[in-house]
Design a protein. Structure first.
Length: 148
């Protein structure tokens, strides 16, 4: 999974360079990346383009059997929206780069039969810590929190 997580990190770095939030994701089926995405809420003025949503959109329309063989790899723990989408399409595995700066509903996702693996990747942690320190208002907006 290291190469796939690295591909997700590359997406996060592209997003940061575009002025967005540094979260990236890839969808892997049969050991091949079929979709790549990054958080593009800022770039697109979108309410829903988190990295996982962008990744699934970029993968295009797939068959249920495709999703059921897939692994969703994300640099950050998926939020409720993104986790819900993984559950809807019955994606059986989620690999998370880090969940120290944000933790989505991992326990719930596990309770629904999804294999969730948290890597605690230092590069993922550093990307988010630096971003949150520099842009707390934008980060709070992204996760649906009110700004003080």
């Amino acid at each position: 999974m290291d190469d796939f997580l690295q591909a997700a990190i590359e997406q996060a770095q592209i997003g940061l360079a575009e002025g967005g939030i540094p979260i990236g994701s890839v969808l892997v089926i049969d050991n091949k990346i079929v979709g790549r995405g990054r958080n593009r809420r800022v770039q697109k003025g979108s309410a829903i383009l988190h990295a996982e949503m962008d990744c699934l959109e970029n993968a295009g329309r797939l068959q249920p059997s495709d999703y059921q063989r897939a692994t969703l790899v994300s640099t950050l723990s998926p939020c409720d929206m993104c986790s819900g989408t993984a559950l809807l399409y019955k994606i059986p595995r989620i690999v998370i780069g880090e969940n120290q700066t944000f933790q989505g509903p991992e326990q719930y996702v596990r309770s629904r039969g999804v294999e969730v693996t948290v890597v605690d990747n230092e590069q993922c942690i550093e990307l988010m810590q630096q971003f949150i320190a520099k842009h707390p208002h934008l980060w709070n907006e992204d996760i649906g929190e009110s700004n003080p």
